[in-house]
Design a protein around this ligand. Structure first.
Ligand SMILES: NC(=O)c1ccc[n+]([C@@H]2O[C@H](COP(=O)([O-])OP(=O)(O)OC[C@H]3O[C@@H](n4cnc5c(N)ncnc54)[C@H](OP(=O)(O)O)[C@@H]3O)[C@@H](O)[C@H]2O)c1
Length: 262
C-alpha cells in the first residue's frame, strides 16, 4: 500500500539513527513517503538520509533533536507545522539496567522526558491534527516487557506499559475514522542496543528478529490491527507464557533472564 496516498506526504521517525527506527525509516520511504529523521547524532542521520534517498528516491530531512529536552515536542511541532504530515512513528525509548534503587534517579527523569512527556505531547498534538483532517497515522513501538514487567529494567517496563496502554486506547478511539493508530510490539530484535543487553536465555535469543522484518511485518498491519506483536514465534511464546503461568511465575522467569544485569 502506498502510505503517501493514504496518509499524506511526510513521515517522521522519532529515534531513527539505528535499530528499529532506521529500518522503519527505510520501510516508510519504500512505501512512498518522504521522511524526517529525528535523533541526536547529526552525522549518522545525514549518512542515513543519503542512503534512504539513494535507495528509494524519497526526500529525507534530518531534524537533530534530543527528545529529553523539556521543549522537544514543541520544537518538533513547530518544525513540521507547514508540512503535509501523514505519519508519526515514535520509536525512541530510553532504558536503564540494574537494581531499581542503584540507578541514579536523574536517569529515570531523563527516561520519563523521552518515553512519556515528549511522547504523550506529540501523540496528543498529531492525533488532534489528523482527526481534524480525517487522515493520518501514528505508530508506537511497544515491548513485551510492557505487558509483563521486567526485573532489573523495571522503570523501562513501567514506562513502556504507559506508552502501550495509551496508544491502544487512542487506537480504539480512532477506529471509525481515517486515522490509523497502531501499537507495534517487538520481541527481541537484533539492534545495537539489544546486543549490549542480551538476555541470558537461549529461547529469547533464538526468537530474536531482524529490525527490517519487524518494520515490514508491522507496517503491513497498519489500518488492520490496533495492537500487533511482530513475529510468529513471539506470538506463540507470549500466548503460552500468559496462558500457562501466573504473574509470579512470569516475573520469576524474566528476573532470572536478567540477573546478570543486577
Ligand atoms: N531491540 C529490542 O530487542 C527491542 C525489543 C522490544 C522493544 N524494543 C523497542 O524498540 C524501539 C527501538 O529499539 P532499538 O533497540 O532499535 O533502539 P533504541 O536504543 O531504543 O533507540 C535508539 C534510537 O533512539 C534514538 N534516541 C535515543 N535517545 C534519544 C534522545 N534522547 N533523543 C532523540 N533520539 C534518541 C537513537 O539515536 P541517537 O543516538 O542519534 O539519538 C536511536 O536512533 C524502542 O522503543 C524499544 O523499546 C526494542
Amino acid at each position: 500500500m502506498n502510505f503517501r496516498e493514504k496518509y499524506g506526504q511526510w513521515a517522521i521517525v522519532l529515534g531513527a539513527t539505528e535499530g528499529i527506527g532506521k529500518a522503519d525509516a527505510f520501510e516508510l520511504a519504500r512505501r512512498g513517503m518522504d521522511v524526517i529523521l529525528v535523533g541526536r547524532r547529526r552525522e549518522a542521520l545525514e549518512n542515513l538520509a543519503k542512503d534512504i534517498n539513494a535507495e528509494t528516491g524519497s526526500e529525507v530531512k534530518v531534524l537533530c533533536q534530543d527528545l529529553s529536552e523539556y521543549d522537544a515536542a514543541d520544537k518538533i511541532i513547530e518544525a513540521t507545522k507547514d508540512l503535509d504530515m501523514g505519519l508519526v512513528n515514535y520509536v525512541a525509548c530510553l532504558h536503564s539496567m540494574g537494581q531499581y534503587n542503584k540507578v541514579d534517579y536523574s536517569k529515570y527523569e531523563q527516561m520519563y522526558r523521552v518515553n512519556i512527556r515528549t511522547f504523550s505531547k506529540l501523540l496528543h498534538h498529531f492525533i488532534g491534527l489528523f482527526k481534524e483532517r480525517d487522515r493520518g497515522a501514528f505508530v508506537t513501538i511497544g515491548s513485551l516487557s510492557g505487558w509483563t514487567s521486567l526485573p532489573f529494567c523495571a522503570e523501562y517496563a513501567a514506562q513502556k506499559a504507559y506508552m502501550m496502554a495509551l496508544t491502544e486506547g487512542v487506537a480504539y478511539e480512532c477506529k471509525n475514522t481515517n486515522v490509523d493508530v497502531l501499537l507495534l510490539t517487538a520481541g527481541s530484535t537484533i539492534t545495537p542496543t539489544w546486543l549490549k543487553n542480551k538476555p541470558a536465555d537461549e529461547d529469547a535469543v533464538a526468537a530474536a528478529m531482524y529490525p527490517e522484518d519487524v518494520s515490514r511485518e508491522g507496517f503491513d498491519q497498519l489500518g488492520k490491527k490496533l495492537s500487533y506483536l511482530a513475529g510468529e514465534r513471539n506470538r506463540i511464546n507470549h500466548h503460552k507464557r500468559i496462558s500457562e503461568h501466573d504473574r509470579d511465575e512470569i516475573i520469576e522467569e524474566l528476573g532470572k533472564m536478567f540477573t546478570h544485569m543486577a
